[in-house]
Design a protein around this ligand. Structure first.
Ligand code: SF4
Length: 360
């Protein structure tokens, strides 16, 4: 695309965005804190899901200070259900770093922003451009798709090694006078018009400049590498009762689902039944011996890179004192108290059944 076409592209896109942008809560603010929170939430999650979480999160933690001073468990509880919990842990740590910095403010350039935990190239560019008007292109999946189609980019959008190709293309077309609106307009176009399937080319503001549309190749762009098949892990989990209380354990703070609470359990070995695995895992993780296993339910859940099939049992405490191996904390709680703790989605899939079975 030559300079003239690029200027026209910017003009058409921004004109369209001014009229058609969705009214989203984070577009009504210029507060860098709120823009940062919204971008962290939006990175892996659909806009429609994020809206409620964003409202709840910013009501409870309206600024850096309130987030920095909060207990991580409370942050995870407000985040519960949004997934990718490392984002919440990183926001919490980053808020503490901002509060203890000399300025007490979020830095305004992508380079400085990237020093904060959880801020990679995309969030750094998005926050710097939207909150501070810094001329950097924010390149997410939506933007890559638009660029691949308009510019007929042959490299696969889902191959990290080609990210620089898209980044360079995005920075070439970027409107340096209004990077905030331009970045948001590109994302909006990808999310609402240039969608993965059946893009609405007939109402697209840049249709006259789109290589894929002109060549009638819209369906063949963007190019993608085939996805690898996700493995499925068989897992057994036990709800251990002792009197009126249930045992929950806390995962270590880092890694998948770090800092969340759960019922003890783990992978089923090839040579054991789900019930045997449940008894073994509880003993290995907590040093408790259990008996009286009864099947509660079967849960399927998909994470980003694998799936689990989970057999859930109820059982009762038989002997032993808790000695943790893997989990970092534990509690004996009443069923009603489960609502006070953040749990992974796979556990929340069976907790309502557990509660209904518990009702007198
Ligand atoms: Fe996407 Fe169609 Fe617009 Fe091209 S014309 S950018 S394929 S919506």
């Amino acid at each position: 695309m030559d300079d003239r076409a690029q200027r026209r592209f910017r003009r058409l896109l921004l004109k369209w965005y001014r009229v058609h942008q969705r009214d989203l809560p984070w577009r009504r603010t210029d507060d860098p804190y709120r823009i940062w929170i919204s971008e962290a939430m939006l990175q892996q999650t659909q806009v429609t899901t994020v809206v409620d979480y964003y409202r709840r999160f910013t009501e409870r933690f309206p600024d850096f200070q309130s987030l920095a001073q909060a207990d991580l468990e409370e942050v995870l509880k407000v985040w519960e259900g949004l997934g990718y919990y490392a984002r919440a842990r990183n926001l919490h740590r980053a808020a503490q770093m901002v509060c203890s910095s000399s300025s007490g403010q979020l830095p305004a350039t992508p380079t400085e922003l990237r020093h904060l935990p959880g801020i990679g190239d995309y969030i750094a560019a998005a926050v710097a451009s939207i909150a501070f008007g810094y001329p950097a292109a924010a390149v997410d999946g939506n933007v890559k798709r638009v660029l691949a189609r308009v510019l007929l980019i042959e490299e696969a959008v889902n191959a990290p090694k080609y990210h620089p190709v898209f980044n360079e293309a995005a920075n070439r077309v970027l409107d340096r006078n209004d990077p905030s609106s331009f970045n948001q307009a590109m994302m909006e176009l990808g999310a609402t018009v240039c969608t993965p399937k059946q893009p609405a080319c007939s109402v697209c503001p840049v249709v006259a400049l789109c290589g894929a549309h002109t060549a009638e190749l819209v369906e063949t762009y963007p190019k993608r590498l085939p996805r690898r098949r996700q493995p499925t892990h068989q897992v057994a989990v036990g709800v251990v009762r002792r009197g009126s209380k249930l045992l929950i354990t806390r995962r270590k703070p880092e890694g998948l689902l770090g800092g969340l609470w759960e019922f003890p359990g783990g992978r089923i070995n090839d040579d054991e039944s789900p019930a045997e695995a449940c008894v073994r895992e509880i003993a290995e993780e907590t040093n408790l011996h259990v008996a009286g296993l009864e099947s509660l339910t079967h849960v399927r859940h998909a994470y980003t890179h694998f799936k689990i099939e989970m057999e859930v049992f109820t059982c009762h405490y038989r002997s032993g004192r808790v000695r943790l191996n893997g989990p970092v904390d534990y509690r004996w709680v009443t069923p009603e108290q489960l609502a006070d703790y953040p749990f992974p989605k796979a556990n929340n899939k069976f907790i309502p059944l557990l509660l209904s079975n518990h009702r007198p």
